[in-house]
Ligand binder design. Structure first.
Ligand SMILES: [Fe+2]
Ligand SMILES: [Fe+2]
Length: 366
């Protein structure tokens, strides 16, 4: 099978990349201080329009809703565990690699809360700030926490994977962190989170579909419920960017273009099990081959966001903003062309295979 890395070329045009705000500010703080007021003024809107997208705890699913109940008598608990193991027995090894990669990505949640708290104007200044922005971030984190917990426990009980190597990968990943080059800038940051939440929605949705096809309806429900959370979160971040486009059109448009020029890197791109130095690209290649998350999905997400944010019809942009608009609106098509060419090349290359420590060093075709 062919190998198509998700890290495809950035399609960077020769013209200089537009910068947000004052070019003398550090790349680490590209939000001009006067723009902080915009985020302050949006607080009532966040409280009314974004916080209701969260689910109260007593209405939220919990991992224990999907897992064997350990408070039952031992034989009943053992029977439920056996049922889970029987269902997971037929999952193919390549599918498990992708499921583990997704689980590890979810389990590095501390990195993502830290990351969102880098954004100027919206970060949680105290750790328990009453600001609606901070309230959202903490509650979002609390909802997300269930994803890694549920997938991890399922995988542990299945007996199909090497938990020690998975746990080492998680520890290394959290220690490495991530830097999607959003410069502490909330315009760029919310573009990144919009894209990412949709990417995880697509990915968990596809692992749900494949679990069902492989005869594991329990795992299909698990991945499906996680995908539905991602969809709700995607909706929140998309609405935030939509609002930014309304109140500060050119800056928001430039931020979208800037992030797309840099390419949206996956949050777990620094994953490392201490053995495979290209672990993330190998996991991505298997995800691509199984159709869980592909270069085509990347283009689809971009196209979806362009439509959802009505970028083609944006008015009132500066010249620089119009340039950014033109670049972003034509990008999905250019990615697809590039993808076709890389498919052509890949067809001529012999299939590669790779050992994955997560599944006891079994070899998987990339
Ligand atoms: Fe998640
Ligand atoms: Fe998420």
């Amino acid at each position: 099978m062919h190998y198509i890395s998700l890290q495809i070329s950035p399609l960077t045009p020769p013209r200089p990349r537009p910068r947000l705000g004052d070019t003398t500010t550090s790349r680490c703080h590209s939000l001009p201080p006067e723009k902080l007021e915009i985020y302050k003024s949006l607080e009532p809107w966040v409280a009314h329009s974004i916080l209701p997208l969260l689910k109260p705890t007593d209405k939220s699913w919990q991992p224990s809703d999907f897992l064997p109940n350990s408070s039952q008598p031992s034989d009943q608990f053992a029977a439920e565990v056996q049922n889970l193991r029987d269902l997971s027995a037929n999952l193919p090894d390549d599918y498990l690699v992708v499921l583990v990669g997704n689980m590890i990505t979810e389990d590095a949640l501390p990195t993502y809360e830290t990351y969102i708290n880098t954004f100027d104007g919206v970060r949680d200044e105290t750790g328990a700030s009453a600001s609606p922005w901070a309230t959202w971030t903490r509650a979002w984190t609390a909802e997300e926490k269930r994803h890694g917990d549920l997938l991890r426990t399922y995988l542990y009980l299945s007996g199909r994977v090497d938990m020690l190597m998975i746990e080492r990968t998680v520890q290394n990943l959290i220690a490495s962190g991530m830097d999607p080059k959003t410069e502490k800038n909330p315009y760029m940051g919310f573009v990144y989170t919009s894209f990412q939440e949709r990417a995880t929605f697509v990915s968990h949705g596809n692992t749900a579909r494949l679990a069902k096809e492989n005869g594991d309806p329990l795992l299909a429900r698990i991945c499906g419920i996680i995908a539905s959370d991602e969809k709700r979160h995607e909706n929140a971040y998309i609405k935030i960017v939509e609002k930014l486009l309304e109140v500060d059109t050119t800056t928001a448009m430039l931020a979208i273009a800037d992030m797309m020029r840099k390419r949206i890197t996956m949050p777990a791109y620094l994953m490392n099990d201490g053995q495979d130095t290209s672990l993330f690209s190998h996991y991505s290649a298997v995800a691509q081959r199984l159709g869980v998350y592909t270069a085509g999905d990347y283009a689809d997400i971009l196209e979806f966001l362009v439509g959802r944010w009505k970028l083609e019809g944006l008015e009132g942009l500066t010249d620089e903003g119009r340039c950014a608009q033109e670049y972003v609106c034509g990008l999905a098509q250019r990615i697809r062309k590039l993808q076709e060419r890389s498919h052509e090349r890949a067809r001529k290359i012999k299939p590669l295979s790779q050992k994955f420590s997560w599944i006891f060093n079994k070899k998987i075709i990339l």
